[in-house]
Design a protein around this ligand. Structure first.
Ligand code: IPM
Ligand code: MN
Length: 330
């Protein structure tokens, strides 16, 4: 059996609580892992100014995967940890696919849905292109560009088609805003169309992002695999979580499918500093993110057992839920 080297970044708030339980569940499922705990996040930054030094990045590269809890502390201005740690990891480790599965029964529905959002994770408005001119004056200008490369779009769209090919419904929907973003949208649409020709067995649709917001709520069953740009994917996946049992269940994988480095797995939720230590944090999103990690590491059997264990209801405190799931996966 392979031992996997896992870097664990618990982070801030409820992050350390939920990642510790995710690790417990992985071990209970019989997967052999060696973990390296790295103290990074808002609290560390406030203490000594460290966000993500180059040597830590190199250390991350020596692992097979990274499990992250959540980062963010109210005392750190917005953007510092997000850009300096999370986004830096996505860019430097080339985590170009953000995969977020959504299974559940949406409010007002009786039939469960089961779809996956594939979000481009290294481009779009996230690259930080732009700046200020005449900042702080009445004539201030702020620009924030969206960078879309054919290579970046294509590899993300290819991943979505490959994923869809292996699912029973074999369908991909492109979500964008081609009626307004006529440059980026046009390139996405052409890349999508060309890829579709390579996957004749996969059915396709296109929805504008505003319409997709309605369908996510009113008719989520129409989706199998959704592929979209970085910012649309960010927004849509919060909505996906909201219609699939809540953000406490939403898991995600930041993948480098080319495997030129480790991939990173984290719950969609944030650090929730208001409930830290109260036992109210739901560890399921972190545990399901660990299951995605195991899938990516070739431990599909353990991943399936963890998912099945999470599908049964579990009540109680954070630790009680974690213990109940750990007891089921053996
Ligand atoms: C997410 C988060 C991040 C994002 C933030 C914290 C930078 O909202 O993973 O969805 O916008 O991608
Ligand atoms: Mn988000």
């Amino acid at each position: 059996m392979t031992r996997h080297r896992i870097a664990v970044i618990g982070g801030d708030g409820i992050g350390p609580e939920v990642t510790a339980l995710a690790i417990t569940v992985v071990r209970a499922a019989g997967v052999e892992i060696d973990t390296t705990e790295l103290e990074l996040g808002g609290a560390r930054y406030l203490r000594d100014g460290t966000i993500l030094p180059d040597d830590v990045l190199d250390e991350l590269r020596r692992h097979d995967a990274i499990l992250l809890g959540a980062v963010g502390t109210p005392d750190v201005p917005p953007g510092v940890i997000e850009r300096g740690l999370l986004l830096r990891m996505r860019f430097e480790l080339d985590l170009y696919v953000n995969q977020r599965p959504f299974a559940g029964t949406a409010p007002g529905h009786t039939e469960p849905h089961d779809f996956v959002v594939i979000r481009e994770n290294t481009e779009g408005p996230y690259v930080g292109e732009g700046g200020f001119l005449r900042k702080g004056t009445p004539h201030e200008v702020a620009t924030q560009g969206s960078v879309n490369t054919r290579h970046g779009v294509e590899r993300c769209v290819r991943y979505a088609f490959e994923l869809a090919r292996g699912r029973s419904r074999q369908h991909v929907t492109l979500v964008h805003k081609t009626n307004v973003l006529t440059f980026a949208g046009d390139m996405w649409q052409r890349a999508f169309g060309a890829m579709s020709a390579e996957f004749p067995e996969v059915g396709t649709s296109y929805h504008h992002v505003d319409a997709a917001c309605i369908y996510f709520v009113q008719d989520p069953h129409r989706y199998d695999v959704v592929v979209t740009d970085n910012l649309f994917g960010d927004i849509l996946t919060d909505l996906g979580g909201a219609v699939s049992g809540g953000i406490g269940l939403a898991s995600s994988a930041n993948l480098n499918p080319a495997r030129t480095g480790p991939s990173m797995f984290e719950p969609v939720h944030g650090s929730a500093p208001d409930i830290v230590g109260t036992g109210r944090a739901n560890p399921v999103a972190a545990i399901l993110s660990a299951a995605m990690m195991l899938d990516f590491l070739g431990e599909a059997d353990a991943a399936a057992r963890i998912r099945a264990a999470c599908a049964e209801p579990a009540d109680g405190t954070t630790d009680e839920i974690g213990a109940a799931i750990a007891a089921r996966v053996g």
